[in-house]
Write a protein that binds this ligand. Sequence first.
Ligand code: NAP
Length: 246
Amino acid sequence: MKRVLLLGGTGEARALATALERSTDIQVVSSLAGRVRDPLLPIGDVRVGGFGGAEGLAKWLGDHSVDGIVDATHPFAAQITRNALEAAARVEVPIVVLRRPGWSRMGRQDWSTVRDVDAAAALLPELGTRAFLTIGRQSVHSFAAVRTMWFLVRAIDPPEGPMPPHSQLILARGPFSVAEEAALMRRHRIDVLVTKDSGGAGTAAKLDAAAELGIPVLVVRRPPLPSGASTVADVEEAILWIESEI
Ligand code: NAP
């Protein structure tokens, strides 16, 4: 029996855990950071909480006789990916990073990209006056100094730190339909959408809704992957990697 550590917190990680549940030669332990109050739990064994940096993770891998790692964390969870690559190298365990493709403009007219959330906050007042902010709860505080705009902030759990002074918070978890997203944006008279380039179908409806309404989109680009990381793009490729590399 081979033991796989599956670093999760994404739909792909849950789908991979489900796909491997009945395997007779792969045993999966899924790992969650424990940030979300009411997480969607994967099927099978789950552990929750940080490992204590790359060093703690390397120790955990040894203590639990892990044979391989699939890092299926969110594309913006850069720290855990760095730690996993470093820990895997230290204890010489194979690792692959499952990264869903990012969104592309796909004919959408008005699409700007910036390198990080702070750059988004700096550029935003040039693009509109009523923003729909869908960047997760961790970086909302970067927009707290934008006093000239109104924000509709959507997150699964309440944001950390200060909110923009003129804002309304919606706590909700997708997926949302294009019709729902368009109705929400119309209701709040949104004139610019801000998103991270998370990729995936589950939260893409807002992009189609914005295109339908002619609303410009400001996209925060992904943090780069450390050089040399092996990657796969979906669950099927991850299973092939596990079968061939572990
Ligand atoms: P991060 O900044 O890359 O990681 C910060 C620390 O959280 C890591 O050093 C690690 O602590 C712990 N951690 C992160 N993911 C973990 C996991 N799967 N299992 C155990 N420990 C983990 O991560 P983040 O951006 O805060 O994201 C946290 C989790 O939420 C990730 O699992 C990610 O897949 C999920 N998520 C993130 C986003 C996003 O936009 N960032 C969106 C959706 C879901 P130690 O150093 O103590 O080990």
